[in-house]
Design a protein around this ligand. Structure first.
Ligand code: SAM
Length: 305
């Protein structure tokens, strides 16, 4: 096999895009790889979608990009064309030789083998992104672990400018939902506590190999410098929110009394809610983040937490 087959280039000597059905199939065949559904391996084959993802991240040659799941490097290549440094964590060892080949023209793009959920991300950022002012997470996420990955990135408070990810459309809608609708829940509040979400585009399943059987969306999460509400005990704040949504169709009063009150102390919950201007008959999905912050503070004071 000659060099041109391995690293196809244009007449001007530019490396060709990895993201095309032909190149993807050729690479997978030559490396004798079958894709694993269990690892969420749906690879992007459309350069327009890749451009939209990368464009939303506002990268430039002074910034870093962190990718989760590079696959065969279709997105990694586009990140490497724009960022000062790219680091990509891939769980599937079988893809490493292939990535070494496709990313050979981009020495500032590095692949780390591992499960992103187990990686010490602060250490990895210190090692690879030191000196860069801003870092974005850009990824076509494996859908089976979307929420744990995003919550890890946010809860660990990595120094991120933004997160631009392809995820399942329903999950994107839940993350961006406002109070009052059926999509609004604990995930919406958790994400909006750390970020300002924006659905960038809805993506048809035809842009992947193999095609997933759910619709997808690209979501941009602009990471906030500080949360929009003041919370003394974050763990308790999120616990109260979880408890308020345990049974969506039940009232706030019923959900909270089941978790924090006894038959005898229940009337005190009614008083407590009235005291902060929240009707006990409301459902969890109608409360704003500010109301949850007030509720958590009042409950913490009552329970002496
Ligand atoms: N970025 C490529 C693209 O857009 O074509 C591949 C995206 S594919 C949806 C998800 C990738 O994440 C796969 O390469 C898969 O092996 C990898 N992956 C799955 N679980 C992972 C984990 N826990 N940690 C790191 N990578 C993971």
């Amino acid at each position: 096999m000659n060099r041109e087959d391995i690293q196809p280039a244009t007449a001007q000597g530019e490396v060709l895009d990895i993201a095309s059905p032909k190149r993807t199939k050729e690479l997978l065949q030559r490396h004798d790889l079958t894709l694993k559904k269990s690892l969420g391996q749906n690879f992007l084959i459309d350069p327009n979608i890749l451009n939209k993802i990368v464009g939303a991240a506002d990268l430039d040659p002074s910034k870093g990009a962190f990718e989760i799941g590079p696959g065969i490097g279709a997105l990694t290549q586009q990140l490497a064309k724009r960022a000062a440094k790219v680091v990509a964590v891939e769980i599937d060892q079988r893809l490493l030789p292939l990535l070494e080949e496709t990313l050979a023209p981009y020495p500032h793009a590095q692949v780390v083998h591992g499960d992103v959920l187990d990686v010490d991300l602060h250490a990895l950022f210190r090692e690879h992104f030191n000196g860069l002012e801003k870092v974005s997470v850009v990824a076509n996420l494996p859908y089976y672990v979307t929420t744990p990955i995003l919550m890890k990135l946010l809860e660990e408070r990595l120094p991120l400018e933004n997160i631009v990810v392809m995820i399942q459309k329903e999950v994107a809608e839940r993350m961006a939902a406002k109070p009052g609708g059926k999509e609004y829940g604990s995930l919406s509040i958790a994400v909006q506590y750390y970020c300002v979400p924006e659905v960038v585009t809805i993506v048809p399943h035809t842009v992947f190999i193999p095609q997933p059987n759910v619709d997808s969306a690209v979501i941009k999460l602009a990471v906030r410098e500080r949360p929009p509400v003041e919370v003394d005990d974050e763990a308790f704040f999120f616990e109260v929110i979880q408890a308020s949504f345990v049974q969506r169709r039940k009232t706030l009063y019923n959900n909270l009394s089941a978790k924090y009150f006894t038959k005898e102390t229940k009337p005190e919950l009614e008083q407590l809610l009235h005291g902060i201007g929240i009707e006990p008959s409301r459902r969890g999905e109608t409360l704003s983040m500010e109301e949850y912050a007030k509720l958590a503070a009042a409950l913490a004071a009552y329970l002496k937490r």
